[in-house]
Design a protein around this ligand. Sequence first.
Ligand SMILES: Cc1cc2nc3c(=O)[nH]c(=O)nc-3n(C[C@H](O)[C@H](O)[C@H](O)COP(=O)(O)OP(=O)(O)OC[C@H]3O[C@@H](n4cnc5c(N)ncnc54)[C@H](O)[C@@H]3O)c2cc1C
Length: 489
Amino acid sequence: MKRREFCRSTLAASIAAAYPFMANAALADSSVAAVSLDGSEIELEKASIRELAEQLNGPLLMPGDTQYDYARRVWNGMHDRHPALIARCAGNDDVRHAVTFAAERDLLLSVRGGGHSWPGKSVCDGGLMIDLAEMNTVTADPDTQRANAQGGALLNGLDTAALNYGLITTAGVVSHTGVGGFTLGGGFGRLNRKYGLTIDNLVSAELVTADGQIRTVSAEQEPDLFWAIRGGGGNFGVATRFEYQLHPFDRNVLSGMIAWPIDQAREVLDFYGGWYSGLSDDLYVGPVMLTTPDGVSMVVMEVVYAGDPVAGEKELEPLRKIGKPLEDGVTLQDYMVMQTHEDGTWAHGVRSYAKNGMVREITSPLIDAMIESFVPDPRLAFFTHTAGGAVMRVGEMDTAFPHRNAETMIAVAGGWMDPAQDAEAIAMARAWFKQLEPFIGGYYDNIDFDGANSKGGNYGPAFERLSAIKGQYDPGNLFRLNRNIQPAT
Ligand SMILES: Cc1cc2nc3c(=O)[nH]c(=O)nc-3n(C[C@H](O)[C@H](O)[C@H](O)COP(=O)(O)OP(=O)(O)OC[C@H]3O[C@@H](n4cnc5c(N)ncnc54)[C@H](O)[C@@H]3O)c2cc1C
């Protein structure tokens, strides 16, 4: 009750601070300027904003509110957008009210899970931002071996809740990434060869759709929608809860990095190209090429062996005999060491660009291109997500992520802090990736700044069905700030 009163009492002041040119009008029962779905200007009645604030259990923020600037910030420092309203949702009903408010007014809507979208799709200018940051609880059940994560939870929460019971599922490599966008897009991680992508471990989800309904989707309930959210991104509604299958797991894993000087890249990558496709599902190993801040360029193999460490040592032996590594840090250690070791490199606020593609196999011409295209700049890196194994055993159209025959995802990504470097760093990353582009056969939406054509490379054969399901559940394309799928009419 107190919170609601707070929201109401701060509303007029917020409007005044946000739109000083209309402060008096705002205080005198006027309206607030906002942006509609098609980008045109609309007016939001102050009374309707007050009504929404009263419906919500979490705060409704406007420019000028103390939490507003904090809440509108997303991970990639390149995006500085100002929503007209931010609904910091406290539960499903808040999400439902916020979705309905936007739908009834054709108001531009963005949905923020963990805020890690490279193109910053989770924050909008002039619209309503549904912010799930406070809906971040994860619980794991050792009896059912399932985890439930709220839509705004982070990967760290998912990993740690599961590990508490000696369980795990596939999660990504930077622990402050959100489960929301990550899961809906597919979910690559260091256990995907053994357990599949994160979507392959999704048992059910709770979704607030454009009509304001809260739906539970699973293989049995609304199976079309369940299919679509496993790869189709945020196009179909706001996911307020994900239920994941967990697997028994010893958190003490053989893992770490082996690094060689870049002049040994040929030897290392030639070996890797002939070796990796016969590996067991337990072994995740993939190349990274980077330059340290003090200017040392290297090729690095990231290793996680999700099985008996003795068998792991044996399987890794041939790799460890290649060349003269600068360092071999593969050792028996807690799984979370690897799951968090990149958190600082990719810290909040970094200005970042990324581009990726799915490759069927690592061939000699691709290795040539990897070596020849390498840019020795500490701001940029080449990395991979090794797939194959369980990822490949799922049928192309079993989920909305169709790139199942790709052994590897390759990517170029960069991070820097100075806005003056944006143009140069992005141009370098694009030029680097262009040389790798001839080898790719599709894109993974989640690791991409520019956005591929949703009709072409990224959804591939899944597009038509996705578009039909979008037409059924979101014909007005309310959920459009994502890698958008046009609804079929
Ligand atoms: C540093 C870093 C590391 C990464 N590592 C990996 C990795 O190892 N493996 C991998 O596969 N990907 C990785 N990614 C990509 C990541 O999966 C995407 O950036 C993903 O969109 C992040 O999800 P989020 O919830 O944090 O993003 P947000 O910016 O909050 O959302 C991204 C998109 O998803 C939608 N969305 C988010 N949450 C919900 C929800 N609950 N309901 C409905 N729609 C929602 C948003 O509307 C938006 O369109 C990484 C990204 C970064 C920045």
